[in-house]
Design a protein around this ligand. Structure first.
Ligand code: GSH
Length: 247
């Protein structure tokens, strides 16, 4: 670990410029006095981005899909708990996965990582350009994260009642998107082209058998959509060994 020392004058300057680096952003949440900030040597030396990723987590999975779709070179660290504590402890206040390190920039939320990659590597674009379509897709992304990803802890938890309720809620949600996939010439969800929405839904669809969910006949369009996503090169490339074994 390399330790940086920040003097109060520099500190004030940094604090006025939140956008410059994560280092500065993180400072807003740390002590106000003279502070020592530990940075792993990896983030300062490497030209290549490092993704700390879980071997089997839909949030890490959707980020890996974005890397694969855009053919972005990166180093993937399939992080163990010890690595998370050791390497990310000082950089990510939540010690959560996925975490992206791009030189001095540290991002620790999967949606923010995906958006950053989409903006930094614009081709192929994974979000529409026009504000109305973009807002619509963002709303959908928000709902999927809240209503589908939001029940996963219960679904995988030990409380059977909560798990059943979560399973039912996720299944109902998936059934509701069937008409949107049936009455459209679009191969993707609400879009003619592959987007961040597809990167977000595919990891969930892949895990349905492991969640004890099977899609009913009325959701046939969802099943077909899932097959299209699973056949995509970026999806196959994004899978870890552990995820491959889920089906
Ligand atoms: N909102 C965050 C949530 C990240 C999150 O909860 N990740 C889980 C793994 S799927 C985690 O790191 N949990 C802490 C742990 O397992 O110790 C994101 O989208 O990245």
């Amino acid at each position: 670990m390399m330790t940086l020392s920040v003097d109060p004058a520099t500190d004030r300057l940094l604090s006025t410029y939140v956008g410059k680096t994560n280092l500065c952003y993180n400072r807003l949440f740390t002590s106000r006095s003279r502070t020592r900030i530990a940075m792993p040597a990896i983030s300062l030396k490497r030209n290549i981005m490092t993704l700390y990723s879980s071997a089997n987590c839909p949030l890490s999975h959707r980020v890996r899909m974005v890397f694969a779709e855009k053919h972005i070179p990166y180093e993937k660290v399939e992080a163990t708990e010890e690595q998370v504590a050791e390497d990310l402890g000082e950089l990510n206040p939540y010690a959560s996965l996925p975490t992206l390190i791009d030189r001095e920039l540290v991002i620790f939320n999967s949606q923010i990582i995906m958006t950053y990659l989409d903006e930094r590597y614009p081709h192929p674009p994974l979000m529409p350009v026009d504000p109305v379509s973009k807002a619509q897709l963002r709303m959908l992304l928000y709902r999927i994260e809240t209503e589908w990803y939001g029940v996963l802890d219960d679904l995988k938890g030990e409380d059977e009642k909560k798990a059943d309720k979560a399973r039912k809620s996720l299944l109902e949600g998936l059934i509701t998107i069937a008409p949107a996939l049936e009455d459209t010439p679009y191969p993707f969800l609400m879009s003619e082209t592959f987007t961040l929405i597809d990167c977000t839904v595919a990891p969930l669809l892949w895990r349905l058998p492991s969640y004890g969910i099977s899609l009913p006949r009325q959701a046939r369009a969802v099943e077909e959509y899932a097959e299209r996503l699973f056949a995509r090169e970026c999806f196959q490339e994004s899978l870890t060994d552990e995820e491959r074994e889920l089906r």
